[in-house]
Design a binder for this molecule. Structure first.
Ligand code: N2P
Length: 362
């Protein structure tokens, strides 16, 4: 081979290996541990691009960052209930449905009642999480009911419990434990929910929405208010990463009610690369891609052929049984009503400022 041919071959090899540094970039702003690495890699290879993932731990923190002008994101993954606020404030752009044929083809309509924007005007549903209680099985005292929010006031868990650092999740748990709607706008009910959470807070070490999963796994804490996906990822383990299944960890969805929260994919109004954003949304609605993604994420995506393709052992862990699902309540928007938002903000300030177990975070 002549030198020039050699160099051309080397250049071709570099291109094929994805080593060009002038590749287009897709910036995604999402929750932690929420997209399978294989899915990211598959998308990069199919589109000759690079994907950069940045994470947030609550809708409020995501919103604050976007408001402060910290964008450069193409895709943002707010919870469904938070989409109307982002749309109202012009932070996300209307969806061009002509660019995402897989969505119309593969969307599983049985999820329609759980989302806020069933016409996909501003967002396309990504995956659903259920909020419950992740726990270390051997630390639950005999007779204690871990399928009830009241476990948070059991003195056996003093300093060993954490709450999500999330206003709607925490106040919602208080509301549901009292038999009220998760989406209550009633000041008296919200007040009672605060009192309930403050009772639990005597045991609570900190508010945290990301590290609790490894803390329960390592016994640093024993009870974590948390997301089904996080807990199931730990319980099922990750063979490839060398993480064995954890039979000693459980996840319970309280009988008084639990949160059903869809997270969505929205295209940022200032998206540097909207074409790649649409390509990604369409890609994750492919049945085979969705299957791989769900078996990593451990939460259902509303992608009918993906759900149909799940391996049986995973389907049982990912798709809720109807008798369990009916105890859940769908998180709905209250944030777009300024008076109700103020009520929740005040309640949250009181929760954060009062009491807590030793070294409880404020
Ligand atoms: C974190 C998942 C968060 C989902 N891994 C919030 N609905």
């Amino acid at each position: 081979m002549k030198t020039s041919a050699l160099m051309a071959a080397a250049a071709a090899a570099i291109l094929a290996a994805g080593c060009r540094d002038d590749k287009p970039v897709l910036h995604i702003y999402t929750w932690s541990d929420y997209i399978a690495p294989e899915v990211i890699q598959g998308f990069e290879e199919a589109n000759g691009c690079k994907v950069v993932v940045d994470t947030f731990d609550s809708n409020e923190n995501m919103y604050a960052k976007l408001k402060a002008g910290g964008s450069g994101y193409d895709i943002i993954m707010p919870s469904s209930y938070f989409v109307p606020l982002l749309a109202k404030e012009g932070l996300i752009a209307p969806i061009d449905k002509t660019k995402i044929p897989n969505v119309a083809k593969n969307f599983d309509k049985s999820f329609e009642s759980q989302i806020t924007d069933p016409d996909f005007k501003f967002s396309v549903p990504y995956a659903v999480t259920y909020t419950g209680i992740m726990y270390a099985k051997d630390k639950v005292p005999a007779g204690a009911d871990v399928e009830s929010w009241s476990i948070f006031s059991n003195p056996a868990f003093k300093g060993k419990a954490t709450f999500l650092d999330d206003i709607r999740e925490v106040i919602g748990a208080g509301l549901m434990s009292l038999g009220y709607s998760l989406n209550s706008k009633n000041p008296k009910e919200i007040d009672e929910a605060v009192a309930q959470v403050l009772k639990w807070k005597a045991n609570v070490r900190k508010f945290d929405a990301e590290s609790y999963k490894t803390e329960v796994a390592s016994s640093a804490t024993w009870l974590g208010h948390g997301y089904s996906t996080d807990a199931m990822q730990v319980i099922v383990g990750d063979e490839e990463a060398g993480d064995a299944p954890r039979k000693d960890i459980g996840f319970a969805l309280p009988k008084e009610g639990f949160v059903i929260a869809f997270d969505e994919m929205a295209v940022s109004s200032g998206a540097p690369n909207p074409a790649l954003a649409y390509a990604f949304i369409d890609y994750v609605y492919d049945g085979e891609v969705a299957k791989v993604n769900m078996e990593y994420n451990m939460g259902p995506m509303p992608v009918a052929p993906g759900i149909a393709a799940l391996d049986d052992e995973y389907r049982d862990q990912i798709v809720l049984k109807p008798e369990v699902a009916k105890r859940g309540q769908v998180l709905r928007p209250v944030e777009d009503d300024p008076a109700v938002k103020a009520l929740y903000d005040k309640a949250w300030d009181r929760i954060k400022a009062t009491g807590g177990a030793p070294d409880a975070g404020k």
